[in-house]
Design a protein around this ligand. Structure first.
Ligand code: ZN
Length: 278
């Protein structure tokens, strides 16, 4: 008797939980893409906790956001002869806890004459200035190139949940991993830095193509990932990323609105340099 009552009770709570999840998903579908400079604290307040989704569906979501980041870089593709030169072919987007893209930025080192103007720095600094907050817990950064030490430090200090990168940087990468590394048992070792930000390689085929192509360039004596990113070969891979983004077919129905909003967001991102507010 008690067993069947307990069973009924469990079923009841599971049903309530499913109902709650589906209502969260409905709220999430109501979000519209936010244009770069229009993010404000009210919109942030509206953002609900992200409904738990299956790992495979999350991977697909990561794929969509990664392709969006590549597509945003391609929109203002730089070559050796770009005049004025904005900066490197690197960019990133910020996604909040509800799965909404809330900001984008591209590298602007050259046009600003400021070597700290990496995509992720501009992304985080300007977003925080707009929304007047300093904690980005639950937020994910999707960046086209593995973050450097400067950008990783900023991610740690603003409490970013995780980052996904679309190309490995053999020279300046693995900064977040080094901050997370616990070496205190070794002579002169350290505890890991507080707040470990998870850094993940994108599983998208474009990331593999970029890594392979840059690996070959290095083997043939080429030096410098930002220089290689100016090449016709790099552009062709980015153009394939855009095609993939525009023709993407989702396997998981819960990602249909994610893809639709990512495409709407892409349409609104301008192709020229935009001075930011910070
Ligand atoms: Zn950086």
């Amino acid at each position: 008797m008690f067993k069947s009552l307990r069973k009924f009770g469990n079923l009841f709570f599971v049903s309530i939980y499913i109902l709650l999840l589906s209502s969260c998903a409905t709220i999430d579908q109501g979000h519209q893409p936010v244009y770069q400079q229009s993010a404000n604290s009210q919109e942030i307040a509206k953002a609900s906790e992200v409904p738990q989704i299956a790992e495979a569906a999350q991977e697909e979501r990561d794929d969509i956001y990664m392709l969006l980041a590549y597509a945003i870089v391609l929109k203002d593709w730089q070559t050796d002869s770009s005049d004025p030169a904005r900066g490197h072919n690197i960019g990133s987007i910020l996604v909040d806890g509800a799965g909404k893209v809330v900001f984008w930025a591209r590298n602007a080192n050259k046009i600003t004459g400021n070597g700290t103007q990496h995509g992720e720095v501009r992304l985080i600094r300007n977003y925080l200035t707009n929304v007047k907050t300093y904690d980005l817990k639950d937020h994910v950064v999707y960046t086209t190139l593995e973050p450097c030490a400067m950008c990783s430090g900023m991610m740690v200090m603003t409490n970013i949940k995780r980052t996904v990168y679309g190309q490995t940087d053999p020279d300046f990468g693995k900064a977040l991993e080094r901050l997370c590394w616990d070496s205190h048992t070794l002579p002169n070792g350290f505890q890991p830095y507080p707040r470990c930000v998870k850094s993940e390689t994108s599983k998208n085929i474009i990331r593999q193509r970029l890594d392979q192509a840059y690996g070959k360039y290095q083997q043939s004596g080429g030096k410098g990932i930002t220089k290689w990113l100016l090449s016709a070969e790099a552009k062709e891979i980015y153009q394939n990323a855009l095609k993939m983004f525009l023709n993407y077919q989702v396997k998981y129905p819960e990602n249909i609105p994610i893809l639709e909003r990512a495409r709407e967001y892409h349409d609104k991102v301008p192709s020229e340099y935009v001075p930011l507010t910070d």
